[in-house]
Design a protein around this ligand. Structure first.
Ligand code: MG
Length: 217
């Protein structure tokens, strides 16, 4: 069980932690290949063969999260395409109850995401979660993803927090490892970031399936 009385800052990831990763998975693995195929006279299979290695190569780099980068590289209006299927954006179960409970406590609550500002704005518009947060940080503001130490040093400068009294919840193990290296004490992963996929086995970090298990504030 978490020692809530020893925690005064909570950092929460967005995609796959608060929001169903099904949107992003569907967007990048199905919707973008379909539009890319139409635009370039390819079959969907051919489009996937071209796109998937490009996505893999950029994983964990800031460009991966950059809509401008992909719009330019793929010659598609990525922000526009996201808006087309915005109806699929969904908050994961029990997130709202958890955020409500935290908001009523004196703890500092910060959203920390690798999502591009355009994507972040669209998702906040669709889900109305922004009023819960004291701060909303996109790693694009710092030019470094959460996987990089530079993200955490810049976050600290901008919004000081006590590493020993801070909790990060994030579905990305690479991000949790980076936060651990930086010295953040409480780290939790998500075992079911995508509602349409099976629960994952998480090694190396405690994991929750949903926020009910963190509700004993
Ligand atoms: Mg995530």
């Amino acid at each position: 069980m978490l020692e809530w009385k020893n925690i005064d800052t909570i950092l929460l990831d967005m995609d796959g932690t608060l929001l169903d990763l099904n949107f992003d998975n569907h967007f990048w693995l199905e919707f973008v290949p379909r539009r890319y195929a139409q635009k370039n006279g390819l079959t969907i299979e051919q489009a996937k063969l071209q796109l998937v290695p490009q996505f893999k190569e950029m994983e964990g780099k800031i460009e991966w999260y950059c809509l401008d980068y992909w719009s330019k590289t793929l010659k598609l209006d990525i922000a526009g395409l996201k808006a087309e299927i915005a109806g699929l954006i969904a908050v994961l179960p029990h997130v709202t109850e958890f955020l409500t409970a935290i908001q009523q406590s004196p703890k500092q609550l910060i959203l920390v995401t690798n999502a591009h500002r355009d994507s972040l704005d669209l998702k906040m518009e669709e889900t109305c979660l922004s009023p819960f947060f004291d701060q909303i940080i996109s790693s694009h503001d710092y030019g470094a993803p959460k996987e990089a130490q530079s993200f955490w040093t810049q976050l600290y400068k901008h919004q000081p927090f006590d590493k020993q009294r801070t909790l990060l919840v994030d579905d990305s193990l690479a991000v949790l490892k980076s936060a651990k290296l930086y010295g953040i004490k409480y780290l939790i992963s998500i075992s079911k970031p995508d509602s349409q996929l099976a629960k994952r086995e998480i090694i190396g970090f405690p994991a929750i399936e949903d926020f009910r298990s963190l509700m004993q504030l």
